[in-house]
Ligand binder design. Sequence first.
Ligand code: TYD
Length: 258
Amino acid sequence: MSRRKQIYEGKAKILYEGPEPGTLVQYFKDDATAFNAQKKATLDGKGVLNNRISEFVMIRLGEIGIPTHFIKRLNMREQLIKKVEIIPLEVICRNVAAGTMSKRLGIEEGEKLPRSIVEFCLKRDDLGDPLIAEEHIHAFGWATHAELDEMIAMTLRINDYLQGMFSGIGINLIDFKIEFGRLSTETGDHQVVLADEISPDSCRLWDRETNKKLDKDRFRRDLGDVTEAYTEVATRLGILQSNPPQGKPTLSVVSNDE
Ligand code: TYD
């Protein structure tokens, strides 16, 4: 057992104190939850896959100038991250109607939206993460006007980049959820950075040819083969090695980054 100090345990991740001040270790669990944790399961290998996929995405986004909390992956389940103060919002970006938007607005799942839409939910598990308006964010001071502008601009850039990245491997990015944090800078200011994770747990990813769901909806909707779908995403991204003799992707480490 680890003797590190646990800072926080969430539904799919645990945060430990990091080796240096201002750092944390983010541990990816195999636990899956849906419908405000009413549905729970353990999915063998999900944490390993999400650690690798989120690392890959954070590095790519860093390369195009999106500031992130990611420092480096430590091992199969852990990454070193910068300690930030999480802004209590879930920022959702949608390209195609699905999930709660389809239900709320009566738009059939799969219908392309007239343009990408950014939504905000309040991060409050006890309230079921309610959808909120920008007015609420301003009035209750959950983020400043400048922070909100930055989050929206970053979200749209992330969406553009991820749409292209996934399109290159035959996947449509339907929607995704991201979180941001405030990083204290040396001058005592705060910088808004992308935090948390980006993985098939927090995105809707549909195969372009078949519309097969390659994301957490396989768990939410009891479609089966959840980790197989996440493995498919990782393999197409080039994170996992395809093993030609067996023809099966493996979780063996591809050391393209080490
Ligand atoms: P949404 O359709 O609002 O909710 P649900 O997943 O309950 O149908 O979700 C939009 C996208 O954001 C989807 O890819 C899942 C992701 N998301 C999360 O990862 N966590 C959350 O708490 C919420 C509300 C959404």
